[in-house]
Design a protein around this ligand. Structure first.
Ligand SMILES: Cc1ncc(COP(=O)(O)O)c(C=O)c1O
Length: 385
């Protein structure tokens, strides 16, 4: 029989793990323990606070080293990186992009920003990310091919791309997804917003698909207040993404000439300064976060509460630790008890397919997404020394 853990025991355990007997414990607080102030001050003194500056270049070089990608374009946030990625993948107005219903709203919003519509396909219960089986079933049963393109049998709109997300830093079954996508000649964009420092075998998430994107929002493993990045190994995409995100301005010593509708999506130097200082500490953050996760794993071992571990063959950054409760009643009681006692916990997102703006989008049965939606809760996951 499994060991029964009460909510009070969980609260006590978390307070102990964070060495915080009384005060509020957030879900994920940033940690500024390196060169943050020095680099930000330097940037102010240089007066190069906007989108051109040495720290932007340095940030992009650091991201190349970390991910192994050939091209990195720093953006103002993860949502704009995703929007840019969709445009670069050739997604057009009134086309379809296959994604998860179980994701943060930005994934679906970026598709809408590109003028396209999401199609919600189910996730796997272990990875909480897009299911290769569900993707295959959708493409086989719900689309048809014409002139080498795939169209929805429901809307007759073209399926233009596939957009999986690495939930809470746990890598999705990206290799299987790409194998299926290749059979249908569809580009894959990885929403790796949550998975900086997560690997499949030894390859960094975000480098499997045609394009990958990251977020450096305040709640992420590494933050620069607001920031994002698009990564790719495709030279044409890399060069064009930089051009289009810089208002599509042709390089010239003084003339303003823009050769298409561009975007003001580049990360300011001020944010990049913070990002560089944070990236310098990435390995330390990952180590500290893993140490916390190991404590959680030990605590929940053989108990009535399942702790979500990294999928076999992958290395997760454990951005947000997650547990799976047995039903929605247990989940609600857990959320009430923990939040009522100053320990911040959050349920996984409401499915995108239930939000007013996306409720009429095409979807499959979303069986696992709904099952997880009722059970998954995130626990405090901040880096601590
Ligand atoms: C899965 C996912 N996609 C996209 C984003 C968007 O990133 P940002 O908030 O930097 O726009 C986030 C996080 O915020 C996210 O968690």
């Amino acid at each position: 029989m499994s060991r029964l853990i009460t909510n009070t025991e969980v609260i006590d355990f978390i307070r102990n793990a964070f060495n915080e007997p009384k005060e509020f414990i957030p879900l994920h607080a940033p940690h500024f323990g390196g060169n943050e102030k020095k680099y930000v001050l330097e940037t102010i003194e240089s007066t190069f606070v906007s989108s051109v500056g040495a720290y932007v270049t340095r940030f992009e070089e650091m991201m190349k080293d970390i991910t192994g990608a050939k091209y990195v374009i720093a953006t103002v946030n993860g949502t704009t990186a995703l929007h840019l990625a969709l445009i670069m993948a050739g997604v057009q107005r009134d086309e379809l992009v296959i994604t998860q219903s179980l994701t943060f709203v930005a994934t679906a919003n970026a598709i809408a920003h590109a003028g396209a519509e999401p199609v919600f396909v189910d996730v796997d219960r272990d990875t909480m990310g897009l299911s290769p089986e569900a993707l295959k079933t959708y493409l086989e049963n719900s689309t048809y091919q014409k002139d080498g393109q795939n169209y929805s049998k429901v809307s007759h709109k073209r399926v233009a791309a596939i957009l999986p997300m690495h939930t809470f830093g746990h890598p999705v079954r990206i290799e299987s997804l790409i194998e299926i996508a290749d059979q249908y000649n569809l580009p894959v964009i990885e929403d790796a917003a949550e998975s900086l420092g997560s690997y499949v075998e030894n390859q960094h998430t975000g480098t499997f698909g045609k394009i990958g994107t990251f977020s450096f929002n305040g709640n992420k493993t590494v933050t620069c207040g607001g920031g994002g990045a698009l990564i790719t190994n495709d030279e044409a995409i890399g060069l064009r993404a930089k051009h289009v995100s810089t208002t599509a301005k042709k390089a010239h010593p003084y003339l303003f000439f823009h050769d298409e509708v561009g975007y003001n999506y580049r990360m300011p130097n001020l944010n990049a300064a913070l990002a560089c200082a944070q990236l310098e500490q990435l390995q330390e953050f990952l180590k500290g976060k893993r140490a916390l996760t190991e404590k959680y794993i030990e605590f929940f071992k053989d108990s009535n509460i399942e702790f979500k571990t990294e999928p076999v063959g992958t290395k997760s950054n454990y951005w947000l630790n997650a547990i799976q409760l047995n039903n929605i009643q247990e989940r609600d009681a857990f959320l009430k008890d923990t939040n009522g006692n100053g320990v911040m916990t959050r349920p996984i997102w409401t499915l995108m397919s239930k939000l007013p703006m996306y409720q009429n989008c095409e979807k499959d049965n979303l069986e696992n997404s709904e099952w997880l939606e009722e059970r998954i809760v995130n626990l405090p996951s901040s880096y601590t020394k």
